[in-house]
Ligand binder design. Structure first.
Ligand code: ADP
Ligand code: MG
Length: 422
């Protein structure tokens, strides 16, 4: 598909594509901006800089992982008018690296700069209630999603709604509509009493109660969609969570039934198209037993940005999710990614920096890096804390068995969980 000019709400917006390595008439190098300075922002900055772009990060933290490696680091709050004006003045296009960026800030930036993803799409991802409505509407529109529904759920914003929760939805998981991540803002409840206590404990903020499903597995799909509507996709990756945080991603052919893999990709593309999404989008799915040989897909949630489960693409694919984020926002072509090696990604939480007695240690990188096909990515965080994402390790190899064998050896060296059944 040829690249059509990006849609514009205002003729005063600068033109895309923004070519890397170019300098504007006023002497400004082509610069890409990102809201948020966490590890996802850092990997975005690296991808943008490799192409020759200058980068600007907006994050109040002077030590933010992305701010530390960017040409420009604007250290203001996300809604700070001056900070946003500075970002807009520096950048030819702006993206985001975390979904809780104030939608108003993206809207303000969009008045003068291409912003991908846009405020409306990010606002949907910020709210589980809207997100689920969006999934349901996408399903109705296309038919592709038929059967890929959400877990049975009830919206709880009032005491009446709390009382009206169908008994069949319990046991369940109560999730705050906003600001949840890595299992935070969630309470597992067995019955109506526990549900009432949990909602009170969450200060009665708007929530959804989801029926607790018996999961066979979890997977996610990452797509990138351009201003012209072209969409490309990575194959689904299989994800294992420990204590609500992603621990292991398995990315190789045969990681899940082919029919489900195709369905998950089609569903994700539809979800992106339905809101005219621009940028990288990740949709999480559950695999549940429905009596069929393959099992069924349930759509869980979406992230309007690159995703932890896509980090393997940095070493196992010819273009990574961060490369595609750069391409999409800048209006460059979106090549279909090709995975050249089977891969396993192991998340490295701060836990690894402590021994069994809780004493601080340096993980045995010597032993890990001696293993062929290990690719270490640390995020430049100087303080390790239990549960804090410090980095990840990608393992690639010539075949799935050797990748698994290396993953097991790494897990033994570092004491990582989640590989017992690999
Ligand atoms: P977060 O924003 O924290 O990632 P999720 O909704 O993805 O929130 O939930 C985190 C994890 O909790 C999921 O990856 C899954 O392992 C488990 N989980 C969430 N919802 C359900 C459910 N309805 N049934 C069973 N397990 C669930
Ligand atoms: Mg999740």
């Amino acid at each position: 598909m040829s690249a059509a000019p990006p849609p514009r709400s205002s003729s005063s917006l600068p033109d895309l594509p923004l070519f890397p390595g170019t300098v504007s008439a006023s002497g400004q190098p082509a610069t890409l901006g990102v809201m948020g300075g966490g590890q996802l922002g850092r990997m975005f900055v690296h991808a943008a800089q490799r192409l020759g772009y200058f980068t600007a990060v907006l994050d109040p933290d002077p030590q933010s992982p992305a701010g530390l490696v960017s040409h420009h680091h604007i250290q203001t709050g996300y809604s700070d008018e001056q900070g946003l004006a500075q970002l807009a003045a520096l950048c030819g296009a702006v993206t985001t690296e975390f979904e809780n960026v104030p939608a108003g800030a993206l809207q303000a930036l969009a008045a003068s700069r291409p912003v991908a993803p846009g405020a409306a799409a990010v606002a949907i991802a910020q709210n589980r209630i809207e997100e689920k409505s969006h999934f349901t509407a996408s399903a109705a529109e296309s038919g592709v999603l038929a059967g890929v529904t959400c877990a049975p759920y009830a919206v709880i914003e009032t005491a009446e709604q709390l009382k009206g929760v169908p008994a069949g939805f319990l046991p369940g998981i109560l999730k705050t509509a906003r600001m949840g991540y890595d299992g935070k803002g969630q309470v597992r409840v067995k019955n109506a009493d526990e549900l009432a206590t949990a909602w009170a404990g969450l200060k009665q903020v708007p929530c959804v109660l989801e029926k607790m499903l018996s999961l066979k597995a979890e997977c996610s799909v990452i797509v990138a969609r351009g201003w012209d509507g072209r969409v490309v996709s990575f194959a689904p990756q299989l994800n294992l969570h420990v204590d609500g945080i992603l621990a292991v991603t398995q990315a190789y052919e045969g990681n899940m039934p082919v029919a489900l893999a195709e369905r998950a990709q089609a569903a994700t593309k539809t979800i992106a198209k339905h809101i005219d999404y621009v940028g990288v989008l990740c949709v999480e799915f559950f695999l549940v037993d429905d009596g069929s040989a393959d099992g069924a897909l349930i759509v869980n949630e979406m992230a309007p940005r690159p995703h932890n489960s896509g980090h393997y693409t940095m070493d196992a694919c010819d273009v990574s999710q961060f490369d595609l984020q750069v391409h999409a926002m800048a209006g460059l072509p979106l090549p279909q990614p090709r995975q050249h090696s089977p891969a396993i990604m192991l998340n490295l939480l701060g836990d690894v920096w402590f021994d069994a007695q809780g004493k601080a240690r340096t993980p045995d990188w010597q032993a890990v890096l001696a293993l062929p096909g290990t690719h270490l990515h640390l995020y430049g965080k100087t303080e390790a804390r239990v549960g804090r994402k410090m980095g990840h390790l990608n393992i690639t190899g010539p075949d799935v068995e050797s990748v698994k064998a290396t993953a097991r050896r790494v897990a033994a060296i570092l004491g990582l969980p989640g590989l017992e059944d690999l």
